[in-house]
Design a binder for this molecule. Structure first.
Ligand code: CTP
Ligand code: MG
Length: 401
């Protein structure tokens, strides 16, 4: 039997949260992505990364389940792993993990089990940054959404997104710095980087990874499920990176009836003087058919998965919001848009004079991907022929990047 040397790096995997926002009726880390739990997926990738002491922080009463996931994933590193009981807040759970560190550990990474698909390379980048002299390092991604400062339901300022980054985990620190910061913490901080920064230390950044997204809501879980379903082996990222570059097609349709409030919005354009379509958002059947076609091509579910009525933020939203969000989802899944073709069946509005304009607006919302739009009437037949509503049919091609 070999004696494993004590590693100088430790990873604390916090998995003790209740998952209130996911609402699965059980602690989030034990919710299945496929036949395996979120925690097991997170640990598979942790143990695929650099050798480290691994401390799993489990909810009280779930330590045995956490150990099962450790045993299933640790392989030859089993002796490096242990399970401790978490606390009432994430910060208390990290503190419980810190108490279990071995003496020789010099660099500590804190990782959310909820970021279950984080690839091993992110761990390597964080450790390398701390080894290069940073007090701490955090993986970040640029912010893609347009950000507004809102007060009393009104936009009070636009925020320059080039100044902003979205922080992920694992967040890594010199052990002494993190220990001291936790001992002196007198309130709850949003993450470990904020806690360390409050002690006056500058924390560095490394490139994050779209796959390190946090599973918070049901839509996040659906996204994780479809990513894992397409790449069923544990090593999801290597699979994604090496995915065959064959393009994939998708199809989407949508129908909305006339009778909504305000002006008509269709194909990303406002149509003054035309009767509005009804719907949870602006009723833009063209945009919604395109969203469905893109999600279908990327294997990311459908419009209800990501924009359903349980997302009040999309009430009244126009095509640009739907398409920009869809584009971001595709980016996270490692796809870009090849092209989109969409056909509208409607008596009104008449697209002849605005077809090119609509194509331009839809294409711009998709980051410049070509969009072709055609429009037809149905010879007086069916609900479109009777002028009761519009139907749209879209096809999309997406290309793995
Ligand atoms: N966490 C923890 N102990 C807590 C609270 C959270 O270990 N008392 C962990 C979670 O298990 C998760 C990570 O911290 O891996 C990030 O927290 P979050 O995504 O907020 O998870 P939950 O707190 O479980 O979810 P919610 O806030 O929706 O209840
Ligand atoms: Mg929480």
């Amino acid at each position: 039997m070999s004696i494993t040397p004590v590693p100088r790096v430790a990873v604390i995997v916090v998995a003790a949260g209740s998952g209130a926002r996911l609402g699965a009726g059980m602690p989030k880390a034990f919710v299945g992505i496929d036949e395996h739990t979120m925690l097991r997926h997170a640990l598979t990738r942790v143990f695929d990364g650099p050798e480290a002491q691994v401390i799993v922080v489990a909810p009280s009463g779930r330590e045995g389940d956490a150990l099962t996931d450790v045993i299933a994933t640790a392989g030859e590193r089993r002796e490096l792993a242990s399970v401790v009981t978490g606390g009432a807040s994430r910060q208390a759970s990290v503190a419980a993990g810190l108490r279990a560190l071995w003496g020789d550990v010099e660099v500590v990474l804190v990782h959310d089990a909820a970021r279950a698909l984080t690839p091993p390379a992110v761990f390597e980048r964080v450790i390398a940054a701390v080894d290069a002299g940073h007090v701490g390092a955090v993986p970040v991604l640029p912010v893609v959404d347009t950000i507004k400062r809102v007060e009393n339901a009104q936009i009070v300022a636009a925020v320059d997104r080039s100044e902003l980054s979205a922080a992920q985990t694992p967040q890594g620190f010199r052990r002494g710095i993190l220990d001291t910061a936790y001992r002196s913490a007198d309130r709850e901080f949003t993450d470990d980087a904020a806690l360390v920064a409050a002690t006056g230390h500058a924390v560095g950044v490394v490139d994050g990874d779209a796959l390190a997204f946090k599973i918070t809501t049901l839509a996040d879980l659906e996204r994780a499920r479809s990513l894992v379903a397409r790449h069923p082996l544990g090593h999801a990222h290597a699979q994604l990176e090496n995915a065959s570059p064959i393009p994939r097609v998708g199809v989407g349709t949508d129908v909305h009836g006339f009778g909504g409030e305000g002006p008509l919005w269709l194909a990303g354009l406002e149509w003054p003087g035309e009767v509005a379509l009804s719907g949870h958002s602006d009723g833009d059947a063209v945009a919604h058919a395109i969203v469905d076609a893109l999600l279908s091509a990327a294997g990311l579910g459908d419009i209800g998965t990501h924009f359903g009525t349980d997302h009040p933020e999309y009430a009244g939203a126009h095509a640009d919001v739907f398409l920009a969000r869809t584009l971001a989802l595709l980016g996270e899944a490692g796809c870009r848009v090849g092209n989109v073709a969409v056909q509208v069946q409607a008596n009104r509005p008449r697209f002849a004079t605005r077809r090119t304009e609509a194509e331009g607006v839809l294409s711009a919302a998709l980051g410049g991907a070509p969009v072709s739009l055609s429009a037809t009437t149905t010879d007086g037949l069916g609900f479109t022929g009777r002028g009761e509503g519009v139907a749209a049919f879209a096809m999309a091609l997406v290309v793995p990047v």
